[in-house]
Design a protein around this ligand. Structure first.
Ligand code: ADP
Length: 226
């Protein structure tokens, strides 16, 4: 893939339990966005396959799957989705959730993705741990089942993943307070994405003269407004 064909991408960034997955899934339902989560992809692998087994060895212990393997699996997934018409790179922006998780991954991805914004979901650790414990019960996630593995995941996040934030230019990073209501977090993310998406689609202000409720009302038949 050549540089000017890099996938337009928004990164969802944050510690385990910060709500990346929840927000990412919702964003992926918006036309023009495609959500992909490496955690979800890894959990969907066949445990009987050699790749599935290898990945499991890392995820079940709260460790990062090796960089090259992670990116190779993610790329295969994306190509598969493109092939079955589930991802349209020309028109869709990728909402990337859980990747890159190390500076090395960010460097390798440089030739594949064009990062438009980094959305950093910030929450306090106690709230995130509480959420992981709840999730362990609800979603049957082995990596959240023990306090040791949870602690390991935070340690890995601090050491290997947090430095990824320094890799990207400051003006690309937006910090969002993740302990607000989910709908407010969503609303803040969407406010950021609207102008990005419109400029990606080639809209500008002059294309949309009917932008206000008053202008919309003018389009109604007079019997409605009378
Ligand atoms: P969470 O959002 O709770 O941190 P994820 O579902 O994103 O969890 O990831 C689950 C596990 O999958 C991680 O703990 C890690 O073992 C593995 N994983 C996910 N993404 C990556 C990645 N980009 N590189 C290496 N390992 C990853």
């Amino acid at each position: 893939m050549t540089h000017h064909h890099r996938y337009k991408t928004i990164l969802l960034f944050g510690a385990p339990g910060s709500g990346k997955g929840t927000q990412g899934k919702i964003l992926g339902t918006i036309p023009g966005f495609f959500h992909s989560s490496t955690g979800d992809i890894f959990r969907s692998l066949d445990l009987q396959s050699p790749t599935g087994r290898t990945v499991w060895d890392y995820t079940s212990r709260g460790k990062l799957v090796p960089d090259e393997l992670t990116i190779s699996i993610w790329k295969q997934y994306l190509q598969g989705m493109e092939l079955i018409n589930g991802f349209h790179p020309e028109t869709e922006i990728i909402v990337l959730d859980g990747l890159p998780r190390s500076v090395a991954q960010a460097q390798i991805l440089e030739q594949t993705i064009d990062v438009l914004k980094v959305i950093h979901l910030v929450a306090d650790q106690a709230k995130m741990v509480e959420r992981l414990r709840r999730r362990a019960l609800k979603e049957n996630r082995v990596d959240d089942a023990s306090d040791e593995v949870i602690a390991k995941r935070f340690e890995v996040y601090m050491k290997q993943t947090q430095p990824v934030l320094d890799y990207y230019a400051d003006d690309k990073i937006v910090h969002i307070y993740a302990s607000q209501s989910q709908i407010r977090v969503l609303s803040e993310i969407i406010s950021l994405l609207v102008p990005l998406k419109e400029s990606h689609d080639g809209h500008d202000d002059h294309d949309e003269p009917q932008g206000t409720p008053a202008a919309a009302a003018q389009l109604l038949p007079s019997s409605v407004t009378a």
